[in-house]
Design a protein around this ligand. Sequence first.
Ligand code: ATP
Ligand code: MG
Length: 435
Amino acid sequence: MPPVSVIEENAVSAEHSIDPDSISSSAVAVTRALQDAGFDAWLVGGCVRDLLLGLSPKDYDVATDATPVEIRAIFRRSRIIGRRFQIVHVRMGRELIEVTTYRKPPNSGSSSSKSDNGRILDDNEWGDLHSDCLRRDFTVNALYYDPGSDEGYDQVDGLVDLEDRIIRMIGNPKVRFSEDPVRILRAIRFMAKLGFTVEEQTDIALIASKHLLTGVPAARLYDEVLKLFHHGNGETTGQLMSQYGVFPLLFPMLADDLDKPFELPELICNGLRNTDIRIRANKPVIPAFLFAVCLWQPTKSKIEQLCAEGCPAIPAIHQAAESVFAHVCETVAIPRRVWSIVQEIWELEYRLRDRRPKFIGKILENRRFRAAYDFLELRSRSGEAGADVELVKWWETIQNVDEAEKQKMIESLRGQSSRKPGGNRRRRRPKNNVE
Ligand code: ATP
Ligand code: MG
């Protein structure tokens, strides 16, 4: 075993101390229970990184030499999950702590298998602390900390990179990206979340390996896409993904030519910014809104084409949505239940623009009203045709007036049913009013 460097309080610098009060008591309890049973136990990964940076960790991971069966035996409220990568979920208090047995890196003579193109297929060969460290992705994600003794383990100079704010792949970056191309998205996510830069060799390998993302199972990419956009810095993440040419790899229907530089459409930028603001204000966000925004452009084109062929608007929306769904699921497997909500948002947003007086009451009661209104507002702010400011104002006002005033607003709509608020011609049954 290589020498263990210790992250004692103030040992490296004042920045490298962890305030014991900032650590989740459940995570501490899990490490203590494992140690009391005679095993090693460390906090590891993003939680140590974030604690050292003074951030609040999203979740806690514990690394141990206990096997999943031994971990299960210690914690009553625990279960083994995963096949490709077995971990134990331990419930402690109201928290869920992920406990992982030390692994070996996949090419260290273990039985962990790789596919022909170098991807790891399973990773369940137990190792020791040293090998566990080397199989992690970035140096700043390979810091181990024992809250009981206040000792740390830093085999790969993660602390130095943390201080320099650098994302550096452990080992050969090209090999490590090909083992698991999702690390490309993780690197981008950490750049955006932490404001770190990528070390040069890691950066070169990232760019050279990005095409491997198309070989990642679509279900895994769905999970990763949510993580990319739901951590509070989604707009920066989206910008980085487009700069690196990764955005159109995940959503090929957004780009005419994958070899040309891709610029993030304004609607998507604004949508990601909205989501960031909501997350920072602790407001709920739904995956469907994100996909309604990201996939509107190709859907809109398809709707316009169908309407030009004589298809009425609502069936055109559904038909277009189905064709985009089939296409996107080849790369990112959006669950059907999420997609149904995407469709509801698009349909309702159309009805907001259509504003038929007899439907206004029902529209306001619709459970997707808020999302559809936000989508309309976003389209308006992004300068999209058909979503004019007056219309947004009208819907904003009607949500906040009393019943009598609401009826008045609906009545006045009846009076001017041949005109849209923006001054556009309005037919009783618009067919092509979907832009
Ligand atoms: P966050 O939880 O803030 O998104 P994280 O770094 O904790 O970031 P997790 O997905 O919680 O990410 O993973 C915990 C740790 O497991 C990581 O810090 C890293 O050490 C290791 N890890 C996760 N995914 C991979 C991967 N694809 N390849 C190698 N190591 C990984
Ligand atoms: Mg984590």
